[in-house]
Write a protein that binds this ligand. Structure first.
Ligand code: 6PG
Length: 264
């Protein structure tokens, strides 16, 4: 396929797919969702997907709700969760789950019980995190003690190197027992809900979607620079027995050492 894409190999299980632009990035992300879920359903009868928040996955969601993806996905065998959430009601424009529902999940033949948002209607962010951990454990297989395994985890990356709501210098970065926690984020002046590294790194396929020139500097620091996971939390995303895929557009990749020149 000569659509201008480039694959950069960063070693075991870490491949960076550079797509031409934001639309190609969204198309590749939608194709990854389709590919991993169809495989999972064939092998294990269903698929469990943790979606990221933020703006990058919006176009991917729109593509999943229209042909050909809408007709290809076995929606009744899919379960959707979120890697993180803001401490807001579902109908708040800031809600990651609310945005995904409004963008695509409410427009595809997905059984309502297969959509698992963080329960942000509960009395506290901590209670919501505890309840979410229970919902994950009861929905996913994983066995006692070992983190349940999502078939696919989609993540974004902020311009400070955060992923999910694992922000630099925050407590959740060091959580190794709970799968879901309430994470105070002083720089935002709020508490976020987030999955933690044990369950994120248990994913069978973990894909980080990064687009736009504004992410070029941080992406080069994360991929080409030294390891400083406390300062660059996304560097801690290293699936233990799964595949890590970076899907980035050329604008975000322009400072990567191995990226083709822009006119290439
Ligand atoms: C959130 C996210 C967060 C997001 C990154 C990238 O709730 O905001 O889950 O981790 O993925 O901040 O956001 P953009 O895609 O908007 O750049």
């Amino acid at each position: 396929m000569n659509d201008g894409r480039q694959t950069i190999d960063y070693g075991p299980r870490r491949k960076v797919l550079v797509l031409h632009d934001a639309e190609a990035l969204a198309q590749a992300a939608a194709a990854l969702v389709a590919e991993t879920t169809i495989d999972a359903v064939a092998l294990r009868g269903r698929s469990t997907i943790a979606l990221s928040g933020g703006s990058t996955p919006k176009r991917m969601g729109e593509l999943l709700a229209e042909a050909p993806f809408r007709d290809r996905l076995p929606w009744d065998r899919l379960h959707f969760f979120w890697g993180d959430e803001r401490w807001v009601p579902l109908d708040d424009p800031e809600s990651n789950a609310g945005t995904a529902k409004r963008t695509f999940l409410d427009h595809v033949p997905l059984p309502p019980n297969n959509v698992h948002p963080f329960p942000t209607h509960l009395s506290s962010a901590h209670a919501a995190a505890v309840a979410y951990q229970d919902e994950i454990a009861s929905t996913l297989s994983g066995g006692g003690g070992t983190p349940p395994r999502f078939e696919l985890i989609l993540l974004g990356m902020g311009d400070d190197g955060h992923t999910a709501s694992l922000f630099p210098g925050t407590d959740a970065l060091h959580e190794r027992e709970s799968f879901a926690v309430a994470n105070p984020v002083p720089k935002l002046g709020t508490t976020r809900l987030t999955l933690t590294l044990p369950i994120l790194n248990a994913g069978r396929t973990v894909a980080v979607l990064v687009g736009g020139a504004g992410k070029a500097e941080i992406l080069a620091a994360v991929l080409d620079g030294p390891e400083h996971p406390d300062d660059l939390p996304v560097q801690s995303i290293r699936p233990i027995d799964g595949a890590l895929r970076w899907l980035v557009d050329r604008a975000a990749a322009k400072l990567l050492a191995a990226a083709r020149p822009a006119d290439g």
